[in-house]
Ligand binder design. Structure first.
Ligand SMILES: [Fe+2]
Ligand SMILES: [Fe+2]
Length: 259
């Protein structure tokens, strides 16, 4: 399956739909134990996953590449499935979803103002942060259902990053080289700012998961180097390169963390 064309991506997204239905649903009935800080954090990510797909689909349609527009629909469906999984996980833990959160409202408003190219760069910030976040949840929780749901979402997010990279490589390829480098340097600066907001807003959950804010930020910024290299075409990124799982190391979890 070629990931160098959007037709290839459409087939990859469709194959994933098949794998997902063959695998079935997580065992929701088993319930989940959700610590307070993690529940509040997951509620905010749930709102974010619900996102603004219609807006992205409209811009993709306007861009006039039917293969890309078809792949984007499947991408949006996958993000909506994340929102669904997180809503069911919260429910399994006896927690409601929330209707809105300021961080998501600001994000959606910003994205609406932008053209497809800039919207994808802003969306990519969310994807790169989400990679590190779901990895932290998958590896840091004691609860098997929480870990399974986070690992499922993480596997999808690892494909989303090279998917957006392909479009951005094409879309930014029209710019002069120096401007492209400048845009991507600006993108990394925005990513750093967004990560600072996330580690502040989700600080209690990250503490609970045993991930230091500095570690989280450093990992996000390191993975952004590969994203920039892929968009510039200097090195091509595979889903398997994105946020590789590290072995679970309980020794790094502070002993006094909240239950
Ligand atoms: Fe997602
Ligand atoms: Fe994603």
């Amino acid at each position: 399956m070629s990931m160098h064309t959007f037709a290839g991506w459409t087939r990859a997204f469709e194959a994933e739909v098949g794998r997902r239905s063959a695998r079935g649903e997580p065992d929701w009935a088993g319930g989940a134990r959700l610590a307070g800080p993690l529940a509040r954090s997951l509620q905010r990510f749930q709102v974010g996953e619900d996102g603004d797909g219609a807006n992205l689909i409209r811009k993709a349609d306007e861009a006039g590449d039917p293969e890309y527009a078809a792949a984007v629909r499947l991408f949006v469906a996958e993000e909506q499935n994340h929102a669904r999984l997180l809503a069911l996980l919260l429910g399994a833990g006896g927690m409601p979803t929330i209707a809105a959160h300021w961080s998501d409202s600001a994000f959606v408003r910003l994205r609406r103002l932008l053209g497809l190219r800039l919207e994808l760069l802003v969306l990519m910030i969310a994807e790169v942060v989400a990679l590190r976040y779901y990895r932290a949840v998958a590896e840091g929780t004691e609860d098997p259902l929480v870990s399974e749901v986070a690992a499922r979402i993480l596997a999808d997010e690892r494909r989303h990053v090279p998917f957006h990279c392909l479009r951005l490589r094409e879309a930014l390829g029209a710019l002069p080289g120096a401007l492209r480098v400048l845009v991507l340097a600006g993108w990394r600066l925005l990513l750093l700012g967004a990560t600072a907001v996330v580690v502040w807003d989700h600080g209690p959950a990250l503490r609970h998961l045993g991930v230091r804010r500095g570690r989280f930020t450093a990992d996000v910024m390191r993975s952004s180097v590969d994203v920039v290299a892929d968009i510039l075409g200097t090195r091509s990124l595979q889903p398997s390169d994105v946020a590789p799982a590290v072995p679970r190391d309980r020794a790094t979890v502070p002993p006094g963390r909240a239950a």
